[in-house]
Ligand binder design. Structure first.
Ligand code: PGA
Length: 263
């Protein structure tokens, strides 16, 4: 394992997407809390639907788990019907997933919205988890590094020098998300190549000390069976998990694997 994997905190982030009613979220959080032991080196984060964030923020045991929003609007307040802002989430969540591929693709979130959201999160004391990743067509046409570089540097372009090391990056190749076949699962070598590229881009743009201090997570069909392989990729500091985070046994299995890898 590379030295920066060892020195840096690791993260296991469960993206619940649009699943669970509020009551179910509360029951599930309770179940996780009962079964998880607090660890200084491993931050466990769950991202429930927006509607559940306020009640869960009163319930959560912050020594064991932290809350993330799945998206938020970069304007602090105003006439934006249906939206929830980072300013409104301040104090409720510690993290926010930003620029998830489902937001970019299904809800047409632009690069501009993503970079304004990263800045708004930081302004409101919320750690952005900036998601970047290529589609299968982009990969086939050899555009992966251009896409990843543009999303990375675009997403960070409004971040000040003092704040740059408060950001988390999640590399999620879109073709590997929610995959049901092994053919569409990224191999650890494929992940290693892009994570190395991300760190090199951060080094060239900022500095090597900044590049080494920014956590990079991997996401895309992470399961208990492959979590260990991704977590031991040099430069990977954690996982962003969708489907498997909805099943307590699987999520806890992944957490246990992470504890073993970092110990
Ligand atoms: P998945 O989702 O683990 O179900 O592939 C990951 C994500 O969309 O963040």
């Amino acid at each position: 394992m590379a030295w920066y994997n060892i020195l840096m905190k690791s993260y296991i982030v469960g993206n619940w997407k649009m699943n669970f009613a509020v009551g179910e979220s509360s029951v599930y959080l309770h179940k996780l809390t009962e079964r998880i032991r607090a660890s200084r080196d491993l931050e466990i984060v769950v991202a429930p639907s927006a509607i559940a964030l306020q009640p869960l923020s009163l319930q959560i045991d912050r020594k064991k788990l932290r809350l993330a929003a799945q998206t938020a609007n970069p304007h602090d307040f105003g006439a934006y019907t249906g939206e929830v802002s980072f300013a409104q989430l301040r104090g409720l969540v510690d993290y926010c997933i930003i620029g998830h591929s489902e937001r970019r693709q299904l809800f047409h979130e632009s690069d501009k919205q993503v970079r304004l959201a990263v800045a708004a999160a930081l302004r409101n004391n919320i750690t952005p988890i900036l998601c970047i990743g290529e589609t299968s067509t982009e990969r086939t046409f050899g555009e992966t590094s251009d896409v990843v570089r543009d999303q990375l540097l675009g997403g960070l372009s409004e971040v000040s020098a003092e704040d740059i090391n408060k950001v988390i990056i999640a590399y999620e190749p879109i073709w590997a998300i929610s995959s049901t076949t092994d053919a569409h699962i990224a191999t650890p070598d494929e992940v290693a190549e892009i994570v190395t590229f991300i760190r090199r881009t951060l080094t060239d743009t900022y500095s090597s000390s900044i590049a080494e201090a920014i956590p990079i997570l991997y996401g895309g069909s992470v399961k208990p069976t492959n979590a260990g392989a991704y977590l031991t990729v040099p430069g990977v500091n954690g996982l962003l998990i969708g489907g498997a985070s909805l099943i307590a046994d699987q999520f806890i299995d992944i957490i246990d694997t992470a504890k073993k890898v970092i110990s």
